[in-house]
Write a protein that binds this ligand. Structure first.
Ligand SMILES: [Zn+2]
Length: 281
């Protein structure tokens, strides 16, 4: 223990400032997206089996919707530029820009040197949840993804249906490559429907039973051509544990919708970040 200085209370009382004020971020035209969405037809769908993952593709200008079916279930989402897998979802920067959890109007940003919106959230049936009395909320960008390495570290187990492994197998199958080639592309996720936060007393990452019910959805507008992969987490609703087959698990539905021609004429897919990349040399 360290001894508190005489002015400890005053130092603690300094009010916080937002690290990244986001009022200069480009604003998505949600009214345009809503008008385009009203014209859509479904072009594809995939049912992600429980404790497995599945890939899907959405072209720039299309919408993709993730829906809870059969029972409460959390999903771990990875996104890549469909033409360049080195550009992928950057959960840490998305968290820095928008906060620990995301909802309608917020965006999923891509890795450096691209740093552009890959997808914009256009619908969230759990938007009513807000932040609960424990500091918990839904759709987090603070967790990583459940994985067999942490499971082995903490419990000595060999478990093969963590989201990390599910995503690895599904991406390998989608690309027609070996698991070892696919695995390095798996990255920290958007935890769709997962209810999480940090404990106030110890600052530890917590989860609690997701409020998601069948029919709830999270919907996105694809800002660039997307290859996505969704894992139906072995934690189920993440009320108790993961990294095991103990929890009740359910499939998840991913649907892709295309708008009618002409409905997005005033929209352009975002260019990669404008920094010149010289790093001062
Ligand atoms: Zn998981």
């Amino acid at each position: 223990m360290t001894n508190a200085p005489a002015d400890a209370a005053a130092r603690r009382a300094v009010p916080p400032v937002i690290c990244y004020p986001n009022d200069t971020l480009p604003v998505p035209d949600l009214a345009l997206y809503a008008a385009a969405r009203a014209s859509t037809t479904k072009v594809s769908e995939v049912l992600v089996p429980a404790r497995e993952a599945a890939c899907f593709r959405a072209e720039a200008g299309q919408f993709f919707r993730i829906t809870s079916v059969d029972g409460p279930q959390v999903g771990d989402l990875n996104l890549w530029n469909a033409h360049d897998l080195t550009e992928r979802f950057y959960s840490g920067k998305t968290r820095a820009l928008h906060g620990t959890h995301v909802t309608t109007g917020e965006r999923l940003w891509s890795s450096f040197p691209h740093l552009r919106p890959m997808a914009t959230i256009t619908g969230d049936s759990l938007g009513w949840y807000g932040i609960d009395a424990f500091g918990g909320s839904v759709h987090d960008v603070i967790g990583t993804r459940c994985d067999p390495y942490t499971g082995n570290l903490l419990s000595g187990v060999q478990y093969h249906h963590c989201c990390h492994s599910n995503l690895t197998r599904a991406l390998a199958d989608e690309l027609g490559v070996a698991l070892a080639e696919a695995e390095p592309h798996i990255h920290d996720v958007l935890n769709v429907f997962m209810c999480t936060g940090f404990t106030r007393d110890t600052g530890q990452y917590f989860m609690k039973a997701s409020p998601v019910r069948p029919g709830d959805y999270l919907e996105f507008f694809a800002e660039i051509d997307i290859l996505g992969c969704l894992s139906a987490c072995p934690g189920g609703d993440c009320s108790s544990e993961h990294t095991s087959d103990t929890a009740a698990c359910y499939p998840m539905l991913v649907e892709v919708f295309a708008p009618a021609p002409g409905t997005l004429n005033s929209w352009q897919s975002p260019a990669r970040n404008g920094y010149n990349g010289s790093h001062g040399r």
